[in-house]
Design a binder for this molecule. Structure first.
Ligand code: GDP
Ligand code: MN
Length: 402
């Protein structure tokens, strides 16, 4: 339940790697020279502006694990670059974080390749248990930080940041000294300054996460952010117009986008029970009951207290469009949203489509008799549940039998 809770209430706007690197550059953090292309034909054009070969091609998607999945490729000639770009654009990339359907490639970052001497991990995020931001560093970079933590927790170094005083420079030196001989003296200052700068970015841009994995020391003795990840806390976007413009709707779930258009609070989850509820609290309670009945919700959908017939119709359509959904539970407590309005919205949505999955409805509150009557007369097939618990049990039973 906690996992869903975070998904529903902790919303973040993700930036692409090239966008985050643009911000790093503005703050003076070194990143490889690079150009973004949106089609294979553009590859040739950007080469005149980049040193090389070799170059690195990196697909720009809102998911990590690209390296292992073939989404980061080093090429050694112009011909290889064109060939590889064409191949990368031609199909979705599936990584450990995308889900089996993968992500369509709209953009590729072409960069000058870097000679890596050492790879580190560096990130700042919120430690919910400690109730404060934490900077995390690991001398073992390049691989996923969860993996490092599982294998050898002594390789994860943390500096918590007191929100009252902010990041203090001695904290950067703590980590630099701990690295010891891994840092040559000329690199010490650069390293400390990079840590301080990344903290400034985290606070000034209202990040919920900023991550450089790997942070590398090159054979030539520079410190470079080879990768960049940045999530912005949605609640702060009102004061970051420039960041808001970096939002890429192509990366969003199409059903979530549609829901957003109609002012519906809809979030897709991993289960198979479509849920429509009015009120966020009732929605959370309904999801809990579904889980207690041994099933998993396919979505969170709060149509809101005063939903119109049109919103109900759109919400129901979105649930019906999700191919994962094997049964639907509608749990409405009619207050401002009257039960007859709900019934009309459902009937309208059902008109255009064939509903192939069982539908369970629990209706209570204002105009409940009218609502039930409308539904009965409509010819729509559904089961009525007397209360929430029965509704959850019924819907769980339906998916188990299907
Ligand atoms: P991720 O797998 O999605 O996190 O993508 P990264 O940007 O972290 O790239 C994955 C790996 O590719 C890195 O850990 C590096 O080892 C390698 N890589 C990326 N860019 C370069 C480069 O310029 N030179 C070299 N030698 N390796 C690179
Ligand atoms: Mn990475």
């Amino acid at each position: 339940m906690i996992k869903d809770f975070k998904k529903i209430w902790g919303d973040h706007m993700k930036l692409h790697e090239y966008q985050a690197k643009g911000i790093f550059k503005d703050y003076g953090i070194m990143v490889p020279n690079g150009k973004v292309i949106s089609s294979p034909d553009e590859a040739e054009r950007v080469l005149s502006e980049l040193k090389g070969p070799p170059w690195v091609l990196k697909v720009q998607i809102h998911a990590g694990g690209r390296g292992k999945a073939g989404g980061v490729r080093i090429v050694k000639s112009e011909a290889e670059l064109k060939e590889t770009a064409k191949e990368m654009f031609s199909r979705p990339l599936v990584t450990s974080q995308t889900g089996p359907e993968g992500k369509k490639i709209h953009q590729i970052l072409v960069e000058e390749a870097v000679d890596i001497e050492k790879e580190f991990y560096l990130g700042i995020t919120i430690d919910r248990e400690a109730e404060r931001p934490v900077l995390i560093f690991s001398p073992s970079g390049g691989m996923e930080i969860e993996e490092v933590a599982a294998k050898d927790p002594s390789l994860i170094w943390k500096e918590h940041i007191d929100p009252a005083v902010g990041w203090l420079p001695f904290q950067a030196r703590n980590i630099a000294y701990r690295l010891g001989p891994l840092l040559r003296t000329d690199l010490f200052k650069k390293f400390v300054s990079l840590l301080n700068t990344l903290c400034r970015i985290f606070f000034e841009k209202d990040c919920s996460l900023v991550e450089i994995n790997p942070l590398v020391i090159t054979k030539q003795g520079s410190i470079i952010a080879l990768d960049a990840k940045m999530d912005i806390d949605d609640n702060s976007l009102f004061r970051h117009r420039d960041l808001k413009e970096l939002d890429d709707p192509k990366e969003k779930d199409p059903l979530e986008l549609k829901a957003h258009e109609y002012n519906l609070n809809y979030i897709r989850l991993d289960g198979d029970i479509g849920v429509m509820v009015n009120g966020a609290g009732l929605a959370m309670a309904t999801m809990d009951l579904i889980k207690m009945a041994g099933a998993e919700p396919a979505n969170f959908l709060d149509v809101g207290g005063g939903a119109s017939e049109e919103m109900i119709k759109r919400g129901f359509e979105i649930i019906l469009e999700d191919p994962k959904v094997k049964a639907i539970l509608i749990n409405i407590f009619g207050g401002i949203l009257r039960c007859d309005v709900l019934a009309r919205g459902l009937i309208k949505a059902a008109k255009g489509v064939e509903i192939k999955v069982p539908l369970i409805i629990r209706l209570e509150g204002t105009n409940v008799d009218q609502g039930r009557e409308l539904l009965k007369e409509s010819g729509l097939e559904f089961l009525i549940a007397r209360d929430m618990k029965e509704a959850a049990r019924l819907v769980a039973k339906q998916v188990k039998e299907s």
